[in-house]
Design a protein around this ligand. Structure first.
Ligand code: TYD
Ligand code: MG
Length: 455
């Protein structure tokens, strides 16, 4: 049959395909992300070697042996934890994040440790060998078993992997890779998917772990890492404000571990360093004896983290009052203001209100409600929340404080960092267990009014 050329519209954010163009993607709801791609049947062979067909024979599940998977330790405790204890041999890991967040940096840094025992092939389609060398020297990475290749043709890359047989492969970034048989430009959804598939087949057939970098990109011109999530074994995202020095590494998918873990890093002159105690870092430089600030204890994965929440309430200079929130959901803030007005008699209607989560953190957990409400009331009434007091709890529409999960863990973390008083949901008091050597008093509250009175 003759090769048929047809054109498809593909969303660069989620990979949704359609024969028709849409302004708004029906798959993910993003605007202006549908791009036209030409689809043709791919001629010629793919470069991955043909495997034996043994895997096609059904086997009773009782006869499948499960020896522990072999893992390589990266030398970075935080990264290993997010990966579930190291990189599993033969796995494909996708490392996503905004451009400039530090993906290339962390890859080079883990080479310093991995390169002691393993032969690593680092493929870059973005930087020249000289640039990589300069960065590596700055980061103190200098090992003989790290091989650098600057190439964008994915077939050449796959062939090199097959001839060199390294112990680990790193590809920076998948959006620069190009498969010649496809006519679409590098970075398009088809290219990115096909290149990943080729790397997947090559690395799985040789049992080589492979880390792929994918840029998160909001303008829709190039395909984001989301379109690859279903292909790879683990998906890690680097998050954080580029202006702020710290970065959070989060697992979104992991076939070999939990997705609850996060890793916290700080970007400095010598690359990324691990932050073992993120709460301490987030609370450093906190103002003392001023109104409008309260400490919350959200959970980041399975770890409690303390974060300072600031509220500012001022007279409105304009006709309608302004509301602004950074790091906290705007609609949730509006809801909290409405509850404070209707249920507690704190009036904000002719006042501007601002909420800010310090450190560029984004908090979406309802357990931070109480701290946000207290920060706002504190600013409105000019009441100081003492510096050793922390609050957590979800606020309902009747002004009640609702129970949250993992209360014991939150209180323990607060006590460990020297907080002496914790305002928390009354319904969480039952079953609260705190280590005996920690000294913290807990106050269970049922409504926001109780919480303000407890200050
Ligand atoms: P990079 O790893 O190149 O980002 P990505 O690969 O995710 O696009 O990180 C680049 C940023 O990190 C850049 O803004 C400079 C900063 N940086 C430092 O602050 N210190 C360092 O030692 C390095 C290597 C980078
Ligand atoms: Mg880079």
């Amino acid at each position: 049959m003759a090769d048929k050329v047809k054109s498809m519209y593909v969303c660069t954010q989620c990979g949704h395909e359609s024969a028709k163009w849409f302004g708004k993607c029906p798959g993910c709801g993003e605007w202006n992300t549908m791009t036209e791609e030409i689809r043709e049947a791919i001629r010629g062979k793919l470069s991955a070697p043909a495997k034996t067909r043994a895997s096609a024979v059904p086997v009773p599940i009782t006869e499948i042996t499960t020896e522990d998977e072999e893992r390589y330790h990266t030398g970075s405790g935080e990264l290993d934890r997010v990966l579930g204890g190291g990189i599993v041999k033969g796995s494909l890991v996708l490392l996503g994040g905004d451009p400039g967040i530090g993906k290339s940096t962390i890859l080079l840094q883990i080479c310093a440790n991995l390169g002691k025992q393993l032969k690593i092939l680092y493929i870059s389609g973005e930087e020249s060998k000289r640039q990589i060398k300069l960065r590596a020297s700055r980061l103190g990475v200098n090992c003989e078993s790290l091989y650098v290749m600057t190439e964008t043709d994915v077939e050449i890359v796959a062939n090199q992997i097959q001839t060199e047989k390294p112990d680990m492969v790193m590809v920076d970034s998948i959006q620069t890779m190009n498969f010649k048989e496809l006519s679409s430009s590098p970075g398009s959804v088809t290219q990115v998917r096909e290149c990943t598939n080729i790397l997947l087949r090559t690395s799985k057939s040789l049992d080589i772990p492979c880390i792929i970098v994918g840029h998160v990109n909001k303008d829709g011109a190039i395909a984001g890492p989301k379109v690859l999530e279903h292909i790879v074994d683990a998906v890690l995202y680097f998050e954080g404000d580029k202006q702020m020095s710290y970065r959070i590494l989060r697992a979104v998918k992991n076939r070999y571990g939990s997705t609850n873990e996060i890793g916290v890093f700080q970007m400095g002159d010598c690359g990324l360093t691990e932050v073992e105690n993120p709460s301490l870092m987030l609370l450093s430089g906190r103002p003392k004896n001023v109104s409008g600030t309260c400490v919350a204890c959200p959970m980041e994965g399975s770890r409690p983290i303390l974060a300072e929440i600031q509220g500012l309430v001022t007279n409105s200079g304009y006709g309608n009052a302004r509301r602004m929130s950074t790091g906290f959901d705007y609609n949730r803030m509006s809801m909290l203001l409405a509850v404070l007005e209707k249920r507690c008699g704190y009036y904000f209607s002719s006042l501007d209100a601002y909420v800010n989560v310090v450190g560029g953190l984004r908090l979406d957990e309802p357990a931070t409600d109480l701290a946000v409400a207290l920060a706002l009331v504190s600013s409105l009434k000019d009441i100081v929340v003492p510096e050793d007091v922390l609050a957590f709890g979800e606020i309902g529409l009747t002004g009640e404080i609702r129970a949250v999960n993992r209360a014991s863990q939150r209180v323990t973390e607060a006590a460990r960092l020297g907080f002496t008083k914790c305002i928390m949901p009354y319904h969480n008091l039952k079953g609260l267990t705190i280590p005996e050597d920690l000294d913290i008093s807990v106050i269970g509250v049922r409504t926001i009014r109780d919480a303000v009175a407890a200050l």
